[in-house]
Design a protein. Sequence first.
Length: 762
Amino acid sequence: MDKLEVLKKIFGYDSFREGQELLIDSILRGRDVLGIMPTGAGKSICYQLPALLLPGITLVISPLISLMKDQVQALKQVGVAAAYINSSLTEGQIAKALEYGAMGRYKIIYVAPERLETYAFLQFAGRVELSMVTVDEAHCISQWGQDFRPSYLKIVEFVRRLPRRPVLSAFTATATGAVKEDIACVLGLADPQVLVTGFDRKNLYFAVETPGKKDEYLLRYVKEHEGESGIVYCATRKNVEAVYELLSSRGVPVTRYHAGLENEERQANQEDFIYDRKPVMVATNAFGMGIDKSDIRYVLHYNMPQSMENYYQEAGRAGRDGESSECVLLYSPQDVIINRFLLQNKESGGGMSPEDLAAMGERDERRLQVMVNYCMTRNCLREYILRYFGEYGSGACGSCGNCRQEFEETDATEEAKAVASCVLEMRQRYGVNVVAGTLAGEDTAKLREYGVSQYDAYGRLKDRSLGGVKEVIAQMLMEGFLAQTQDRYALLKATARTKELTEGDARLILKRPKRVGAKGQETDSGKAGGRRKSDILNSRGLELFYMLRELRTQIAREEGVPPYMIFSDRTLVDMCVKQPFDRRELLEVTGVGENKYGRYGQRFLEKIREFTGETKEKTYFGELGEAAAGTEGASGRAGRDTRKRSGPKAEFSLTAEQAAGFPYRESCLLTELAVALSDLRDPDRMKKVTGADIFRYLTAEGYVSEKRVDGIWKKRISEKGTEAGLRMGLRVSAKGTEYEDVYYDERAQRMIVAHFIQENRY
Ligand code: ADP
Ligand code: ZN
């Protein structure tokens, strides 16, 4: 069999995803590889597929018992002989596994790194033909990373001792530059083929909500997602208990997990969740490591987490199967206080010097601030996340909570000037609370102590609320008009850009979510709740989908495996679309390989035949091409578009009169351009234009290009672009680092506006 046949016959897929083929080819040619791909990108196939084509055994080193078990179970489902060897087995079982291994019964063997040192295992490895050693979660080898595991260092020695050096392949979802270097270097990869695909998880929808009553929001959300699997993360055990009580009292099939429960109960609850007996999990961040449940449709944060690293990891547990899934963070200012308290009381691990402790405290505070800014920003959330991790998006994704929310803009330039002069007048010695309190003319004991009433700025914004002034400051920080010191005092400082406000003609625009009566309410809740994987299915299609899901649950119980391992939701949706009646047709469904066909095919075919009376029906919206495409890759988008609209909206374009109203500025950023353009349209009839749309046009016309340097997208302006009025300029990221971005001067703005008048292409 060649690799495409293996992909289809064993795994049931028609084509490779981004990056997979390159890595597989390299391995098959005997070259080491390092794959850095986000969760759900499909790393497993990159080593499992070549493992089947290579002559000998592939050894996969994996840090967690639960992960190994999951992978081996999944391989058995597709008919691949695999085993794991770890401390969950008895000595007798281990001996048996090694014996079978030596007899060539397994193509793939998973082991924990500790195992590599044992005599029995070394003996075994010396005797058999090892074609490849794969290091999963390879970032564990780096001391720079968060999850360093000393035992990973043993891999190097192990490989060195082998009679013949196998191909080495290493995979991880999280690697910064330093960690990447470390992996290649420490593991001793030889001229490896390195592949870095972006951090972006396209099938995840991000949103921040600030509901007055979190419990009500949560209940409504979970009810709206009945039948789907989700995690609700809380900051404390107490919150977990309260939320768990709330949900279970309303009949939600829910379970819970936190460090205060007995080990046994934790284990049992985790299984209830994985096997879909209780598809909703309420947990602290103690839950999730090693959970490979791929059909988690939402991750809701009841409290804001302590850092973006935590947030992205936890939220990232949604949608590993590539289906549209949601990550919604419920923010309240109270969360900041809870987290500060938790951080200040966390165990430091002992033995740290006061300096180290202080440094750690500062780092924690900075990270917390990044999270707060994430909750406050009105700009694209996906963009915010990607930038934080050092990647460059294209301004606005068009599909996160903020990109989809309509905002009202108010000009707060005067307020911003007052803030700037207050900060300077106070000689940059105070933080947000004192500055805001001073401007709002507050009279508290603390402010009196600082003697703030002596400043000219005192009470200058007294007709604004304290919260209103803070909002202005937050926006200034976000746009780099002010900065904060990176210590626990977080003092407000002027920046290079402050002058643009005080002396230049920069403006500060505040954006607030538009509230439009009852209708707006509806979209508000519907926004997070409305987008589902099975969106391409019409009501008949959904009916079939739920029937097939029931069958899947039933089979899963019989077999004692989690339902997602039988078939993914995506496979079920594809079955509903294609309605296969026989073997050949069923094998065309994505995710159905020979082995799964043999095991479950008849039962699914029967259900489908019964449901349709053996006449194919139209079970989806739109064209078949779209629906089929919707089952791999484009699923999120296809689904989203059909659902969101009440009547179809036209692609964005402008009439000449509308375009005449464009607020030209000396210079602006892509997002600002997109927002200003979108504001000119008739929102009931026309879609918004996003920064990404505009950027695509500019790229197509050769004004700009994007190039990936070390896994980071860098924008470049061509000569043509420079002539048209594009220029690179510095911005300050949420993290406080400076980066380059494209600015558009008035000439460029005019050209872009003209583009949208002339043609209705976008
Ligand atoms: P990762 O290890 O990168 O988190 P997985 O290997 O678990 O991702 O793959 C995520 C999902 O994508 C799995 O359900 C897998 O079967 C599916 N998948 C992987 N490669 C393909 C492909 N080429 N076509 C369709 N689905 C794929
Ligand atoms: Zn966005």
